[in-house]
Design a protein around this ligand. Sequence first.
Ligand SMILES: NC(=O)c1ccc[n+]([C@@H]2O[C@H](COP(=O)([O-])OP(=O)(O)OC[C@H]3O[C@@H](n4cnc5c(N)ncnc54)[C@H](OP(=O)(O)O)[C@@H]3O)[C@@H](O)[C@H]2O)c1
Length: 219
Amino acid sequence: MKPHVLVNVASSLDGKISDETRKQLRISCKEDLQRVDELRAEADAIMVGIGTILADNPKLNVKSKELRDKRLLEGKTENPIKVVVDSKCRIPEDAEVFNGKVIVAVSKLADLSRVEKISKKAEVVVFGEEKVDLKALLEDLYNKGVRKLMVEGGGTLISSLLKEGFVDEIFIYYAPIIIGGAKSPTICDGSSFSAPLKVEIVSVERLGEGLLLHLRVLS
Ligand SMILES: NC(=O)c1ccc[n+]([C@@H]2O[C@H](COP(=O)([O-])OP(=O)(O)OC[C@H]3O[C@@H](n4cnc5c(N)ncnc54)[C@H](OP(=O)(O)O)[C@@H]3O)[C@@H](O)[C@H]2O)c1
């Protein structure tokens, strides 16, 4: 069994989620940031890849106090569990994500001394020989009570999750900008799929200055 997996990403019209520097770019408008905060508040866990931690150093907290208070009233923790997919346990000890419950998923490649250090900050789980075994990780999250998992990037992790058929729905906020750059990260990086993956368009709406696309992945 696995949680319901929702991917959320902010993109330029040319499908880029950052530029060639891979540094965090402000792509979302304020209306989109509000929507993302609401999605976070509804999630049991938020997942990102180590590339996103190293590039953006996100906190992955629910920003609105009202939404955090609502979670507490519902008997939940203030913020969802944060999950970092990080084969070699490269996550810095002072990463901003280390507040509240954090799970760092590593593979057997991870250096034991790194794992020991990070174990003081987070729960470290080991799945997979080289890359993190996402199926095993999703099963583990389900067994820990995670029913709604929000994935916030980046393109390499999203690609693996899509390729393995683990994604149920996708929200893409398209800002009216073009970033360019053949090496800029995109919504779905990694290697190309053996055949294009089909999705159903659930809705398209104008949101702030951009467009919000809600997609359902067809199995
Ligand atoms: N606009 C947005 O909404 C948004 C959101 C998030 C990120 N971003 C941008 O995206 C970029 C980061 O994306 P990214 O693609 O470089 O990194 P990423 O997807 O965050 O992380 C990918 C890394 O995760 C690790 N990993 C371990 N097991 C994996 C598996 N089974 N499948 C896939 N990855 C696995 C790999 O590193 P190891 O082998 O070392 O473990 C891999 O390189 C940054 O530029 C960031 O600013 C944009």
